[in-house]
Design a protein around this ligand. Structure first.
Ligand code: UDP
Ligand code: MG
Length: 139
């Protein structure tokens, strides 16, 4: 059975552009419950560790620089079929390919600066959630 939790970040450019409130409103209105949330900033080292799975990809260096460039919102979200349903709400990596109504279609600046992160599996949702939150920060 699919898990009930996923992990998201509202990325630096979306926070800087003032989109965080609208994005959170959309997430909540689609039935996701906030289990944990914080406003924080990744150090360069932390961003590198978070995205270590992508370290062989050509965009890794830029991705790490970008994710450490400003504050973000990090959150654990809960809903039935959370990972898949949230990926649908987020939309394709490149906003040019994202469907109407998705977060990236509405708020992403580019394929790199694409407004939000969404976990791609139940296992990664758990790992990513633990990267930011202890169990006593989850409600
Ligand atoms: N990314 C990028 N260039 C690419 C592909 C990805 O800058 O060609 C960035 C983008 O910010 C993306 C992140 O790296 O969200 C992680 O890539 P992934 O393929 O996991 O995309 P996602 O799961 O976020 O849709
Ligand atoms: Mg991904």
């Amino acid at each position: 059975m699919a898990g009930r939790r996923t992990f998201t970040m509202i990325k630096p450019e979306a926070v800087a552009a003032g989109h965080a409130g609208k994005i959170l409103d959309l997430i909540i209105s689609r039935g996701f419950r906030i289990v944990a949330m914080k406003y924080t900033r990744l150090s360069h080292k932390e961003a590198g560790a978070f995205y270590a799975v992508h370290q062989e990809r050509p965009f890794y260096g830029e991705l790490v620089d970008y994710m450490a460039s400003g504050p973000i919102y990090a959150a654990i979200l809960e809903k039935d079929n959370a990972v898949e349903d949230f990926r649908k709400l987020v939309g394709a990596t490149d906003p040019a390919n994202a469907e109407a109504g998705t977060i990236r279609k509405q708020f992403a600046e580019s394929k790199a600066k694409n407004a939000v992160h969404g976990s791609d599996s139940d296992d990664n949702a758990l790992i990513e959630g633990h990267f930011f939150f202890s169990s006593r920060e989850c409600y």
